[in-house]
Design a protein. Structure first.
Length: 454
């Protein structure tokens, strides 16, 4: 009897994958106890650990990392002399934001228009399911030809560095010949893509104080300095009139020389409203992959409902700065901090607190593992050749792994293509992409094992 192709095996496993992703999405695993109970993350971690045990992984452990979260580790031994591949994903998710804007409950996997909707479906619970699918298919088709380590992080979205610090303290744990980070995505649905660069990031909270207490705006407004107005003016100093990021001393003119992102396609992917222009200068790829970008991601201020006619004595904002490859995140943090303190209007008092940081990353796309992945992706996506792109987001762990294991090859793939709308409302995953990328990963593991035997 002829064994069926591995692609058919993966196709047959898709209903199980959907059911498991639904179970995993149901955990409200936001790694911020101020927003969601810590027990939700702990339950998700236990689910991941149980899934690894069910696949015969050894040494499965919930690792208590220095930021108070848990990462899940497991080891699946391969044939004698086989290379070791580390597969990475994270089970923590972004908060759902405005739940009323979701067309279906954010923590309930819902099929609609050919996609599966739910927070974490693409970023990155779907990435963990992708790893499981690839391994199951190989086991059903003769066995997994490499030794496999899996690490599922519990605080990637918070940028608090728990797994990075744990890995540095236990450098033998994640050592591997090749590392597959399942947390990026194709340039578009149906176009197989590996990510060659990641922007790093720094996260700061800035507090502005001007008065000992709030004042009546009629009695004192016009002369007394308003902290909220000072904060608004300070934040405005971070962008030029055309929207370009302007942090004193930070270079903003780097160019991207790889795959380009047509402006019309970007506008559609980003859902930019008609008549609203893009910000910055240069190509779209320059702006989102090769240059720094500042974003005000939160402001503490009185809500409109219930607002009183008062001058605010204090105001606070949280600022994210994306740092492109070629720049140092720590240096960028210093420049941003200095800028905020230098541009405070009216002598307002400014305090800056760092709450997260990660370095940018650049992969070596000439490595043998990339050849194996290119062959695998072209088989999984007939008629398409593997592309390399950048990614504007950050995965701080990549630099930690690159420093700990300088000989390891690092590849970045995943399910977060533009239609997935990760970090936004109505996040979703394409089941076709999940199936094809699981096939690509399985074929990659097979190709890579064969290449190492030559």
């Amino acid at each position: 009897m002829t064994a069926r192709p591995i692609s058919e095996t993966i196709a047959s496993l898709m209903p199980r994958a959907k059911a498991e992703l639904a179970e995993l999405v149901a955990f409200q695993s936001v790694a911020d106890p101020a927003q969601f109970p810590k027990s939700e993350c702990e339950a998700a971690a236990n689910w991941v650990a149980d899934a690894l045990r069910a696949e015969d992984f050894q040494d499965v452990a919930l690792l208590d990392t220095p930021d108070g979260t848990q990462s899940v580790y497991g080891f699946l031994p391969g044939p004698a002399g086989a290379p070791t591949v580390l597969l990475y994903a994270h089970y923590d998710v972004q908060p759902p934001l405005d739940e009323s804007a979701w067309l279906s409950p954010p923590f309930e996997l819902t099929e609609r228009d050919g996609r599966w909707y739910g927070r974490g479906s693409a970023d990155c619970k779907g990435g963990f399911i992708m790893h499981l699918l690839a391994l199951r298919a190989l086991k059903a088709d003769g066995g997994v030809p490499v030794s496999v380590k899996v690490i599922a992080e519990g605080s990637e979205e918070q940028g608090t560095g728990g797994l990075e610090r744990y890995a540095e303290a236990h450098p033998e744990l994640l050592a591997a010949d090749t590392i597959v980070i399942g947390d990026t995505g194709n340039f578009r649905v149906g176009l197989p893509t590996v990510t060659a660069t990641l922007r790093g990031m720094t996260m700061l909270r800035v507090t502005v104080d001007t008065l000992e207490g709030n004042l009546h705006s009629g009695q004192f407004g016009g002369a007394a300095p308003d902290a909220l107005a000072a904060l608004i003016q300070l934040l405005a100093s971070l962008r030029a009139e055309d929207g370009t990021t302007t942090v004193d001393g930070l270079a903003t003119d780097t160019e991207w020389d790889g795959l380009q992102y047509p402006e019309a396609e970007f506008r559609k992917d980003a859902k930019v409203l008609d008549g609203v222009g893009l910000i910055g200068t240069g190509t779209v790829a320059d702006r989102i992959w090769a240059r720094p970008a500042v974003t005000v991601i939160g402001i503490d201020s009185p809500p409109v409902v219930g607002a009183t006619p008062s001058l605010q004595a204090s105001a606070r904002a949280q600022i994210s700065l994306r740092v492109p490859p070629g720049q140092d995140a720590a240096a960028a943090t210093e420049l941003l901090t200095a800028h905020l303190k230098a541009h405070a209007p009216w002598g307002a008092r400014v305090a800056v607190e760092q709450v997260g940081q990660g370095q940018p990353f650049r992969a070596d796309t000439s490595s043998p593992a990339y050849t194996s992945m290119a062959q695998a992706m072209e088989a999984a996506y007939p008629g398409e050749k593997m592309q390399t792109s950048g990614m504007g987001g950050s995965i701080p762990l990549c630099n930690t792994l690159a420093a700990l294991y300088p000989q390891a090859e690092i590849l970045l793939i995943g399910l977060s293509e533009p239609e997935a709308q990760i970090h936004a409302v109505n996040e979703s995953v394409s089941p076709e992409e999940l199936e094809r990328l699981s096939l690509a990963e399985a074929l990659f593991l097979r190709n890579y094992a064969e290449s190492r035997r030559v």
